[in-house]
Design a binder for this molecule. Structure first.
Ligand code: 9MG
Length: 279
């Protein structure tokens, strides 16, 4: 499996320890921050804190991806994320932009984004072209349906096989456009058109998926409804469950975990890493 990730200005060695991607939502209706970090000053402070806490990558999102969330117009998303990219790019840390929109991808890359995280797997017309000629990292995520309808009735014959086949097809589409393999990560898309059983099956299959596709897996489980279903906890009370999920993902071989609680995740991973590696 590829152990290096080219990510714009940065090159990450994935063989030593899992990377932590900190979530920076800049939406008024963000997943669990309630829009508190909407203002630039808050976003900046939050990003600085995540960096101090040990985040390797900051993932900036200007459109909520919660089930049922409406899509926002391009200009609105640009207005939310671009000032944050400009403010954060000098911090010397890798910046990922969570977007499905080719226009936002292009502007973000020009402004210095190091990675594009697309929950729509670069399926929008023009998305592949927007990223192909850059050197930014790319996260290809699986989603059944759209954020508006994905949790209505998720259905699969063979969730692991279907998600893997989808990711393989999207990887090939990017490679065919000239993208180098060392820029690509794959993500089963926990919670994106999946029941709890689907999510658990995918969590258990990370190592197989990584082996079959030969690409690093990024796992986003933090505070998701699956954690709520397994623990009976509200979104504010899912820290312990989220840490358990992050450790389960890296024990399966995930190379990047996308999380809200960076300090706690970094500590948990330090202990896990000490116990599982000889370095
Ligand atoms: C934006 N976003 C929300 N959840 C996510 C997940 O699980 N993976 C990725 N790549 N992005 C996500």
């Amino acid at each position: 499996m590829r152990q290096y990730l080219q990510c714009g200005r940065f090159g990450f060695n994935l063989s030593q320890r899992p990377l932590v991607m900190g979530i920076l939502n800049v939406t008024p209706d963000s997943f669990s921050d309630g829009g508190r970090y909407q203002s630039l000053a808050f976003a900046f402070e939050r990003a600085e804190q995540m960096i101090r806490d040990g985040a390797d990558i900051i993932d900036i999102g200007g459109e909520s991806t919660r089930p049922g969330s409406p899509s926002v117009p391009v200009q609105e998303e640009l207005d939310r994320v671009m000032p944050v990219i400009y403010a954060l790019r000098e911090l010397g840390h890798a910046l990922s932009i969570d977007t499905c929109k080719p226009e936002v991808m292009r502007e973000a890359i020009i402004a210095g984004a190091d990675m594009i995280n697309d929950i729509n797997a670069f399926r929008a017309p023009g998305a592949i072209e927007a990223v192909a000629d850059s050197d930014c990292g790319l996260c290809i995520m699986h989603m059944q349906g759209t954020p508006q309808d994905m949790q209505a009735q998720p259905a699969y014959q063979d969730v692991v096989g279907e998600v893997s086949a989808f990711l393989r097809e999207r990887v090939e589409a990017l490679l065919a456009a000239g993208v180098m393999r060392d820029r690509v990560t794959i993500d089963p898309g926990f919670g994106f058109g999946k029941s709890v059983e689907h999510n658990v099956a995918l969590l258990r299959s990370i190592s197989q998926m990584q082996r079959d596709l030969g690409l690093p897996v990024l796992a986003g489980l933090s505070r998701k409804s699956m954690i709520g279903a397994l623990t009976g906890r509200s979104v504010e009370q899912r820290l312990a469950g989220s840490l358990g999920a992050a450790l389960a993902a890296v024990a399966q071989g995930a190379r990047i975990v996308r999380v809200h609680d960076v300090a706690e995740t970094v500590d948990a991973l330090k202990v896990w890493n000490a116990a599982s590696c000889e370095n």
